[in-house]
Design a protein. Sequence first.
Lengths: 472, 122
Amino acid sequence: MTMERRTRDHLGDGQAMKPLRIGNGCGFWGDNLDAPRELAEKGALDYLTLEYLAELTLSILALQRQRNAEAGYATDFLDVLQSLVPLLKDQPHLKIVTNAGGMNPAGCGARARAVLDQAGLKDRSVAIVAGDDLMPRLDALMAAGCLFANLDTGEPLSAVRSRVVSANAYLGARPLVDGLRQGASVIVTGRVADASLTLAPAVHELGWKWDDWDRLACGTAAGHLIECGAQATGGLWCNWREAGDLAHVGYPIAQIETDGSFLLTKPAGTGGAVNRETVSEQLLYEVGDPAAYLTPDVVADFTTIQLTERGRDVVHLANTHGKPATDSYKVSIAYRDGYGASGTLVIAGPSAVAKARRCGEIVLERLRRAGASPQHAHVEVLGAGECVPGAALVDPPEVVLRVAVRDDRRAVVERFTKELAPLVTSGPPGVTGYTTGRPVVREVFAYWPSLVPKDAVAPEVRVMSRFASKVP
Amino acid sequence: MTAEPFPLAEIAHGRSGDKGNHANIAVLAYTPAGFAWLKEHLTAEVVRRYFESLEPSRVVRYEAANLLGLNFVLYDVLAGGASRSLRTDTQGKTLALALLRMSLPRPENFAAMTRPQPEVVA
């Protein structure tokens, strides 16, 4: 049965406002395509968020857009939106917030508009949020004194400027809230801080103020917990045997109260688990100082959170404290850094580990003889404890040999891709697993984290007119 | 402090991930007694030495007592990070499991640190 949330607009006087239910159905580009539909079907949601952009996704999208001006966004989103059409008809108040726009929010928004039009959902409006892309203004900003110093090394961006392919500021929740205020049912953004995808609906629906730092921190904690999808509901959990049926894992829902406290849960009848352990693990996932989780909207303190189990698959989180946001946006910059490839072979025992190591050496020796020694090379014997350091050494019956290289010269990497197969006949006995063909050479992009003053960035919001056939 | 050592996984769970070329490892004690013991024994220096083969430039430890948690940030430990690293685990996803295998001297109140049996909810 499809559940529908009643409209939030008609509340009686003096009644406590109904809590807001936000579910995240996508944790990265590549996540389960059925999850958004299943979550919206069973989740009784007000908002569905979909997160597609990892740190370096935008560099790949930037190159796609260079080749084709209409590309450059997370195409999976259009398939997901199509799959949601019947539910959007049943649930007219369900709203969608996604960063699928990548390097081309306008193009993605136009295609989303077309999907809705074709489905007869012409009454739903789509807003795009852009302005995160600093590439067109990069030189002007640098000339004006913005060095884009690397947050790790302090080096100014001028050192790699000629190789930069993308530079995007992580925008906050404000432009998304503007879009919602203008009546948008679907918000398509470029680079936005992941937690802001959740905070924006909370600010909009619950009437929070932009200097109410504690509430903004609460919404940010909720967004941080659900942004990676099933990682909050049993995925990656150390005690995974207790996680129920992970094949049908339920995706996370934050049910947020006006005061900022919220329940973290998942749809009934789904696999996975929500408990103190799964939530605590995810709360610290990819976090530095847990007392200062920085977003464009707020500095959140996760060490003040009171976390209580409220029954099966329900955890209550309250008392997240917040401090004023900083005056900069984080900027994620990617630059070209040569070429790379990696390939694997299976090596059977006896002496699998020793043979695998010798095979790795043979590959590198042969490259040296061919005058194609890679600048960077790495041999791993998987199964012998080389992926997870600290594991006990054993004599496994078989291992996977993995050799990876990186070099500024494409030809060197090309040569490497031809050196694995010969080992099947010219190496020690037991070399097999050569079935997937030669490794593929890929372009390598390096990551350059930086900051930009907020007043140097102008977020844009545009509600796309209904029945629009193309981007205005 | 006697007897046979035990793996950290018996008194804590955790999760790890990446931040550019850095990794974080959250270690969460199952009980307050375990948290108190870990605060004393699982120092940033102990973790740095354990992962010496990955050459972290430094390790910083943060506390989240509300979660019975210690959060370690291992700087420059990912051999270039998600895109450049030549390793299989470019994002440090296995590092928490590696740390949870760490062998530690068994304290006298070890029984107060292990995971309480989970309640079976019908």
